[in-house]
Design a binder for this molecule. Structure first.
Ligand code: AHR
Length: 322
């Protein structure tokens, strides 16, 4: 156990490497999380908090931005003033980070971007990025739908598609929408009748799906995360419709959290494309590599899979941690 645990790790944080040799100080990390908008996000926070423990020589300062970029900017500036050793940023949207990342760079604090990406003029403003290939997730969902329609001899029918989108301008929304749309554009009979923002939350998923169903007939729902899907399923039922296997609406979701796999097993979701939230161990390995002076890959993708109702999903559930 490090000596720092009985003293304030923020004092002299910048000199941590030297101090750690004497077992005196922890590695201080400022961690700016987007919020707690989804089951995925909660699992993501737990993974990061679980990786950086005091026992292992870390001191993690966690800031929850409650889905507001202004709060993330404030948190980052606070971390810079505190002189933390590293900043971990889960950016809510891609734009608007250049100035604050420049400030961190000027202060000599490495910033690791995780989950969603930042769009900045100078890629040297951050050390590396760890997260999901959202565009691929969207493409995979589109290709799954192609196969599903063919297997059900519906490949030539008109297919009305609604998309519940995540937070506008976030990498998860941009990537999944782009990937799925690429495939949709290859099919003249696929019509996207609505593509609306529901902010990745269950409440908005329900509200927006209800509005979509008032104005449209929907054959397929593409819901850009599981929590919006849970809300959408409620709206579909309240409208007197059915969904999933043999239902009125085929449902394709993203994340594959435990509760969604339960819905898939029950036949209410047809397919779910995993977004792996377990960033903690990869972040820890990355920071330890940087501590020992090793290079790290600038872009690090998480491993991901998908689930559908042809699979034995029940068999995966006991080992699933999120
Ligand atoms: O950025 C990852 C996305 O954000 C997840 O799909 C979603 O559940 C979360 O809120």
């Amino acid at each position: 156990m490090l000596g720092l645990l009985c003293c304030n790790p923020l004092t002299g944080g910048r000199a941590h490497a030297e101090s750690r040799e004497n077992n005196e100080k922890a590695i201080v990390i400022g961690y700016s999380q987007i919020g707690a908008e989804s089951d995925w996000r909660i699992a993501n926070t737990e993974s990061v908090r679980g990786a950086f423990t005091m026992e292992d020589g870390f001191y993690l300062i966690y800031e929850n931005a409650q889905q507001m970029q202004e709060k993330q900017l404030k948190a980052l500036r606070k971390f810079i003033l505190q002189g933390v050793d590293y900043i971990i940023l889960n950016p809510i949207v891609e734009n608007g980070w250049d100035s604050v990342l420049q400030e961190a760079k000027d202060a000599g604090i490495p910033v690791i971007i995780v989950d969603r990406k930042v769009s900045v003029e100078d890629e040297e403003l951050y050390t590396c990025w760890i997260g999901s290939d959202f565009e691929k997730e969207g493409r995979d969902a589109g290709q799954w739908l192609e196969t599903y329609l063919t297997e059900n001899e519906k490949e030539d029918e008109d297919i009305q598609i609604a998309i519940l989108q995540g937070t506008e301008g976030s990498s998860a929304q941009l990537g999944r929408t782009e990937g799925f749309t690429k495939i949709a554009q290859q099919h003249e009979n696929w019509k996207i009748v609505a593509a609306l923002d529901a902010d990745f939350t269950q409440a908005k998923g329900k509200e927006v799906m209800r509005r979509i169903l008032e104005d449209n007939e929907v054959d397929v729902l593409i819901s850009e995360n599981d929590n919006m899907t849970f809300g959408a399923i409620e709206a579909i039922r309240e409208e007197g419709l059915t969904c999933g296997v043999d239902g009125d609406i085929t449902v394709i979701s993203f994340d594959a959290v435990r509760a969604a796999l339960g819905e898939l097993e029950a036949g209410n979701i047809n397919a779910d494309f995993e977004c792996n939230p377990l960033h903690g161990p990869v972040l820890k390995e990355t920071i330890l590599a940087l501590e020992s002076g090793r290079q790290v890959d600038k872009i690090q993708y998480m491993e991901e899979t998908y689930f559908d109702t042809d699979m034995d999903v029940a068999a995966c559930l006991p080992d699933r941690t999120y």
